[in-house]
Design a protein around this ligand. Structure first.
Ligand SMILES: [Mg+2]
Length: 274
């Protein structure tokens, strides 16, 4: 499989009214901004096309991601960044009234997303809702309380299903590994919000006020970004600057609508139109 032709790409871009953009592998790699990213974001701004960064990472707050981007020279408000913690909060809020007791298994960013404005209140075994996410400080006591609450009938949501988390030291347990531990103890599965589920996509669309058909899902991973877009019936765009290589792309059943080597063709398209 090769990069999409200019004509095909143009057809998709002409219909695009908004973007949901994955960050790792699309915007940056490690602490390095990827080529053409600042020009691409500027082109979207200049063309009046709204976009939202959407990440499965539940361990950092939007402000922390905004700070990270700032360090790479990308100036973006935290309101342009949707983490799976924030998306989970939005989804749970739609279903439960103010004052609902929630038990959180996760890091400060998830606690803040759930509790900061007082809509939900902290609860333990008597919680109506358990929310789990990636958690580098996980304790047995937290698993125990979550297990008891879920067994007592609490509804369980997970920010994302990623089993592992890439770090400089290597691969470490992610949110999905914590789901596996709680599943072993409860025989239950959570409702997962992050990609490839469409919960996060719906939260993103709601906040931009655009429809699925007119919003492009842009990402570097087939089994999360592109699959989420496919399930949501959105146009999907794979960029080859991240984890997917040609061999993986050829072997996969998941077929992006558009494939680009990097964001340069998008920059060209928008600068030609302005
Ligand atoms: Mg990515």
């Amino acid at each position: 499989m090769v990069a999409t032709s200019q004509t095909e790409l143009q057809k998709v871009l002409e219909k695009a009214k908004a973007y949901i953009i994955d960050m790792d592998g699309v915007i940056y790699r490690g602490d390095m901004c990827l080529p053409h990213v600042p020009e691409f974001l500027q082109a979207l701004e200049d063309s009046g096309i709204p976009y939202l960064m959407a990440t499965n990472n539940s361990t950092k707050s939007p402000q922390e991601f905004a700070d990270k981007l700032q360090g790479m020279g990308i100036d973006l408000g935290p309101d342009r960044i949707l983490t799976s913690s924030v998306a989970t909060r939005g989804m749970v809020e739609e279903r439960y009234p103010k004052g609902t007791g929630v038990f959180v298994v996760g890091m400060q960013a998830l606690h803040d997303a759930m509790y900061a404005d007082g809509y939900f209140v902290p609860a333990e075994r008597d919680a109506k809702v358990v929310v789990s996410g990636g958690h580098f400080g996980l304790t047995y006591a937290e698993l125990r309380t979550a297990c008891l609450a879920i067994r007592d009938g609490a509804d369980w949501f997970a920010t994302n299903g990623d089993k592992t988390f890439p770090t400089e030291e290597g691969i470490i347990p992610g949110s999905g590994a914590i789901i596996a531990a709680l599943n072993a103890a409860t025989d239950q599965w959570p409702e997962v919000v992050g990609k490839p589920s469409t919960g996060m996509i719906d939260e993103a669309l709601q906040s931009m006020g655009t429809t699925r058909a007119e919003t492009i899902m842009l990402g570097d991973r087939l089994d999360t970004d592109i699959l989420a877009g496919e399930r949501a019936d959105m146009p999907t765009m794979l960029v080859m600057t991240g984890v997917t290589d040609k061999r993986e792309l050829d072997a996969s059943d998941i077929e992006p609508d558009v494939i680009v080597d990097d964001l340069e063709p998008l920059v060209s398209f928008y600068s030609a139109g302005s």
